[in-house]
Ligand binder design. Structure first.
Ligand code: BGC
Length: 768
């Protein structure tokens, strides 16, 4: 018997209170509980976002090691740089197939938290500093996984943007910032891709645990966004199980001793409504049902069936993740023959291809760049000489650099570089430098690696730096001394081949930065507020995260959000915009590959708002598209800006509001490089105002209807001031209305004002 033989709604009624309580938490670290007498099976959940992490035997420990081999796709930091929703869908489907082959019902990913600071230890698991990129790519991955009948868990909901004190800290964020930045990507994924589950995060938001937050889980997630799936806790995140259930936390993972009994007791003593438990159980049963249905709809897969194909997909995804940051004199690609190619850096031989923590995959195989570069060199009649340059052992997990002076290693590397036609220097962050559970303290590479790059560049002007890192690092120690820099992130198990593909031009790089590379850590917007103190982290920079900060303050960066070079050139022309009846704006631009190499370009569309009642970023990314063009080929790229793309979140009104006026639609190569722009007149929403006698004169006068009506009211009492005396108005404008009545010479009493305000509020449809 399976549960689909019975209607799940009816099944809830057949469960005892104890059975219902049991279904609201895990039986072990990875599985939900079964109820055998009713044919309710247990479900298995497993990490993660860029590869399956299913542990081999007993399921009673976190399974950090000893997991089944699985394809390690590029982590989110890399996938995000592809800006390619189709590719993310294909990677998602592959993840789904591997989960299905091992009977895993639900994958614990993707993570769509915003990269608030480059220091966050888990940035490699997240997509971007921009919620549009994170939302679109997260939704694509979810759709891909779920197309294979495997559920996803979008995580970590919400405002979980640091690892320092992640299990206790309160993220103190104003509501507009939450809505516009930190909830936004979750909203997109929920609305556009319907993940099976959402994972409530460890932290508190404004003092309330995410797992016990009815505003977050009920009002916003379910009420406003229409989420119909289940909410699961992050692992061990639950404090009060009963409060969590009441707030909308359906499933606690893993289970905690005593919590089933606490739920039963709370229902019995009336402190928890049984209907709330029923609702949670229903959502869990629907997951079991969906898994069973998927089993019928999809053929069984033998583990390992797709290993070769998935490795190839991982390589293609990795190649498209690489961002060519700098390429002076077109030093890349390496097209010559009979070259001596100096390869320097242990990372070329021992790749770092994923980050540490719960997302860590046991790869089916691992390619390294040294072998791939050697093979590619041989094909073109060139040779490779290798020197490790530094050692990777002994790396300090708190990101302190390896301290081995390694002078002989550097000397050897310099000799290899000196006699080479081109030097490829592989540097990056050691394994322990960035991880789940702790943050970085700085954004520097290990000091001896910086020194190595300088030493190599001093003897070989044709030096190419290839970076391995899960979040941005400072390039300042050597940037101007080298002609080319390749940002190769953490690329997954096939990254070695992908790097060679890009270096030799088999793949034309098309990655674009999904996070800004700053000049220095102290320039980053959260610098003074991160990671907080006394149990609180204040999101003091508000909506000015990432490029929103740099573009609004004019602060220089090393490489802006959206930046990335190609081996070909693209021309953009004929920007056209059209406003539809529903307020959506269609944007189109003609993209032409004007070079001699096929390549992919990324069209980025930003909106720069007119003056608004709220301080707003200079521009915000609202749409993007990736287009693949043969040499000489042109294509018209069409994108749509829904009305929401022009809106800000009005906290007082509790809704998205568009300010009337000319918005500039900017088509850009990066946040700092607008190529074409068009002005679009957008009709505004009447900003809903909750005006009271304690609102200021300015707030009243700003209201298009209430302001003039109030002035008329004043005139009717004999007060003839028409507001034309500017300095008097400037003095009065910031005063609450009630206090104006107390000014000497003002003939309106407080009672008269109260009457006027009551009448006006009634006319505006506001409750008295
Ligand atoms: C992480 C989650 C992960 C879970 C299960 C937690 O520590 O925050 O991202 O899915 O463990 O491994």
């Amino acid at each position: 018997m399976t549960i689909s033989d019975t209607n799940v709604d009816k099944l809830v009624a057949q469960l005892t209170l104890e059975e219902k309580a049991s279904l609201a938490s895990g039986s072990d670290y990875w599985s939900t509980k079964a109820v055998d007498r009713l044919g309710i099976a247990s479900l298995e959940l497993a990490d993660g976002s860029h590869g399956l992490r299913k542990q081999r035997a007993s399921a009673d420990h976190p399974g950090m090691t000893g997991t089944h081999p699985a394809t390690c796709f590029p982590p989110a930091v890399a996938l995000a740089s592809t800006w390619d929703v189709d590719l993310l869908g294909r990677v998602g489907a592959a993840l789904g197939r591997e989960a299905r082959a091992r009977d895993v019902a639900v994958l614990l990913g993707p993570g769509v938290n915003i990269k608030r600071s480059p220091l966050c230890g888990r940035n490699f698991e997240y997509f971007s500093e921009d919620p549009h990129v994170a939302g679109q790519l997260g939704a694509a991955l979810v759709r891909g996984v779920q197309s294979e009948g495997v559920g996803t868990v979008v995580k970590h909901f919400a405002a979980n943007n640091q690892e320092t004190d992640r299990m206790v800290v309160s993220s103190d964020v104003d509501e507009r910032t939450l809505r516009e930045i930190y909830l936004n990507a979750f909203e997109t994924v929920v609305r556009e891709a319907q993940p099976w589950l959402v994972m409530a995060s460890y932290n508190k938001i404004n003092g309330v645990w995410s797992c016990e937050n009815p505003w977050l889980l009920r009002s916003v997630l379910r009420g406003e966004w229409g989420f119909t799936g289940a909410v699961v806790s992050d692992w061990l995140a639950v404090n009060s199980r009963v409060a969590g259930l009441a707030a909308g936390l359906d499933l606690e993972m893993p289970g905690a001793a005593g919590n089933d009994e606490r739920i039963v007791a709370a229902v019995r003593d009336g402190s928890l409504d049984e209907a709330v438990l029923d609702d949670a159980v229903l959502r869990v049963l629907r997951l079991v049902e969906a898994h069973e249905e998927a089993g019928r709809a999809h053929p069984a897969i033998e583990p390992g069936t797709h290993d070769d194909a998935h490795h190839e997909l991982a390589r293609a995804a990795a190649a498209d993740s690489i961002v060519l940051l700098k390429n002076d004199g077109d030093i890349l690609p390496l097209t010559g023959s009979d070259l001596t190619i100096g390869v320097v850096g242990e990372f070329a031989r021992t790749p770092r291809f994923q980050g540490a923590g719960s997302s860590q995959v046991n790869p089916t195989r691992v390619d390294n760049a040294l072998d791939a570069v050697t093979a590619a060199a041989q094909r073109t009649g060139s040779r490779v000489a290798f020197a490790p340059g530094y050692r990777l052992d002994g790396a300090d997990p708190t990101a302190a650099p390896v301290t081995d002076p390694a002078t002989d290693l550097v000397a050897e590397a310099v000799e290899v570089a000196r006699t080479a036609d081109v030097a490829l220097v592989f540097v990056g962050l050691p394994d322990g430098a960035e991880s789940e559970s702790y943050d970085r303290q700085h954004i520097d590479l290990p000091a001896e690696q910086d020194a190595l790059v300088r030493a190599v560049a001093a003897v070989n002007p044709r030096t190419v730096v290839v970076l391995s890192n899960g979040s941005v690092v400072s390039l300042e120690a050597w940037h101007d001394a080298v002609p080319a820099v390749v940002e190769a992130w953490l690329l997954g198990q096939a990254g070695g081949g992908a790097v060679a593909d890009v270096l030799f031009g088999a793949v034309n790089p098309s990655g674009r930065l999904a996070e800004t590379i700053p000049l220095r850590l102290s320039d980053t917007p959260a610098y003074l507020n991160y990671p907080g103190e006394g149990g609180h982290v204040r999101y003091g920079e508000g909506v000015f995260v990432g490029y929103r900060h740099y573009q609004s303050t004019g602060r220089e960066v090393r490489y802006p959000f959206g930046h990335g070079l190609s081996y070909t050139t693209f021309d953009w022309s004929e920007l056209a915009t059209e406003v539809a009846a529903d307020g959506a704006v269609s944007v189109s631009v003609l993209v032409t590959n004007t070079g001699t190499t096929a390549g992919k370009d990324v069209v980025q569309v930003y909106v720069a708002p007119p003056s608004r009642p709220v301080r707003s970023p200079a521009r915000e990314l609202r749409a993007f598209a990736k287009v693949d063009l043969a040499p000489g080929e042109s294509r018209r790229v069409r994108l749509t800006l829904e009305r929401r793309a022009f809106a800000y979140y009005h906290v007082g009104a509790g809704q998205w509001v568009v300010a009337a006026g000319d918005h500039e639609v900017q088509v850009a190569r990066s946040a700092a490089d607008v190529v074409l722009s068009a002005t679009v007149g957008v009709t505004g929403d009447a900003a809903p105002a909750d005006l009271t006698i304690d609102s200021t004169v300015r707030e009243w006068l700003e209201h298009p209807v209430a302001g003039p009506a109030l002035m008329q009211g004043f005139a009717a009492t004999g007060e003839t001031g028409d507001g034309s005396d500017q300095s008097t108005m400037a003095m009065i404008a910031p005063m609450p209305l009630r206090r104006v009545s107390r000014l000497p010479g003002v003939p309106v009493t407080e009672e008269q004002l109260e009457g006027m305000v009551a009448q006006l509020r009634q006319a505006m449809g506001l409750t008295p």
